[in-house]
Write a protein that binds this ligand. Structure first.
Ligand SMILES: Nc1ncnc2c1ncn2[C@@H]1O[C@H](COP(=O)(O)OP(=O)(O)O)[C@@H](O)[C@H]1O
Ligand SMILES: [Mg+2]
Length: 148
């Protein structure tokens, strides 16, 4: 059913829920798991993302891109996937608009399932669904799971 699963992570708790689902499905379907984090321009960074950078001691405030944040989120989730026994795992960093990059990556790499959290590191607590989850669900050509 699923051969290549794309898990999108941003360092949020919600993305970890998606990681559980993605890892479970990757194991069941013996699928390749690609974990992607998109580094946004710093100007578009939320307060929560800034707090996360501080909490994780990602020193030397990256000048214009959140690549350090993305790499830290990837290392964390990659470790969790491997601790669950998965070996067919790869991590990828892209830069730019998260939703667009996620959808683009999925298309270019023949992904058949995208997993992401329903919310991320955004500041708008009142939202039911974050904008990245919403856009990816709308624009993706394949099945999308938003974990809660
Ligand atoms: N920069 C990013 N790179 C990769 N995945 C992301 C990124 N931003 C968000 N996501 C994914 O989308 C999910 C929902 O986040 P988002 O739509 O940004 O909600 P919010 O508005 O609450 O931040 C996250 O749990 C994560 O799986
Ligand atoms: Mg967000």
């Amino acid at each position: 059913m699923f051969k290549r699963i794309l898990l999108a992570v941003d360092g949020s708790e919600h993305a970890l829920l998606a990681a559980d689902v993605a890892c479970d499905l990757a194991a069941r379907y013996e699928a390749r798991l690609i974990i992607l984090s998109v580094a946004k321009p710093v100007g578009k960074m939320s307060v929560a993302a800034r707090d996360y950078i501080q909490a994780e001691h990602l020193a030397g405030a990256p000048s214009y891109l959140l690549t350090d944040l993305a790499r830290a989120a990837l290392a964390d989730v990659d470790g969790r996937a491997r601790a669950k026994g998965l070996t067919n795992v790869k991590t990828v960093v892209r830069e730019g608009n998260p939703a667009r990059r996620i959808v683009e990556y999925a298309k270019e790499h023949d992904i058949d399932l995208i997993a992401l959290g329903s919310r991320g590191l955004g500041d708008l607590e009142g939202l039911l669904l974050g904008s990245v989850s919403h856009k990816v669900a709308t624009l993706a050509h394949c099945t999308v799971i938003t974990a809660k």
